[in-house]
Design a protein around this ligand. Structure first.
Ligand SMILES: Cc1cc2nc3c(=O)[nH]c(=O)nc-3n(C[C@H](O)[C@H](O)[C@H](O)COP(=O)(O)O)c2cc1C
Length: 181
């Protein structure tokens, strides 16, 4: 399974969680290719052809990012706006992503997600725009790999998360998330 991991972190030098996860992904090699988008496009001028080619070769696309303001960092939004073009990602001839898997690997500083909790909404709900995007592009949306409590994670918990990420990225079969799940 060719896996493309797209890492979107605006300040990797200050990152703990995403840096460790990205380094794990990079250490896997083989069928796992990692692209650090903020390094590639510090000026936000995305090479659309290069990104579309990278996506075309993948069976599974992983969007890895820290959640900022209950959403994604701006370069990921721009990647969607620029790369997921009509006639390529959607529209009657836009079949480039059809059948590919989409895995969101997001870290959240807080952990109080869900009903009766401070942030009210579940992580699954906050990530719905990505699920809707996957549906729209006829992709298969996988259960997100969410790391909550990322701002206060212990070294042991992070090490465990990193191992789990390695297993997820090399697993042929991952759980799907139902459209209303
Ligand atoms: C501008 C900004 C906005 C943030 N917004 C949220 C948020 O909405 N929800 C949350 O749980 N954490 C939020 N955080 C915390 C980050 O999600 C957290 O620091 C990050 O996931 C940790 O990963 P890292 O070590 O790779 O940076 C925010 C952090 C910053 C800098």
């Amino acid at each position: 399974m060719n896996t493309l991991v797209l890492v979107f972190h605006p300040s990797m030098v200050n990152s703990q969680v995403n840096r460790a996860l990205a380094e794990k992904a990079e250490s896997l090699g083989g069928d796992v290719v990692v692209r650090r988008l903020y390094d590639l496009y510090p000026d936000f001028r995305i090479d659309v052809t290069a990104e579309q080619q990278a996506a075309e070769t993948a069976d599974r696309i992983v969007l890895q990012f820290p959640v900022y303001w209950f959403s994604c960092p701006p370069l990921l939004k721009k990647w969607e706006d620029d790369v997921l073009t009509y006639g390529w990602a959607y529209g009657s001839t836009g079949k480039a992503l059809e059948g590919k898997e989409l895995l969101v690997a997001a870290s959240l500083g807080a952990d109080a997600y869900g009903r009766e909790q401070e942030y009210t909404y579940t992580v699954t709900e906050l990530l719905r725009p990505f699920q809707a995007m996957a549906n729209y592009c006829s992709m298969t949306y996988l259960e997100p790999f969410a790391t909550v409590g990322a701002m206060s994670i212990s070294d042991e918990a992070l090490a465990q998360r990193v191992e789990e990420y390695g297993k997820v990225l090399t697993s042929e079969k991952l759980p799907l998330l139902d459209r209303l799940g």
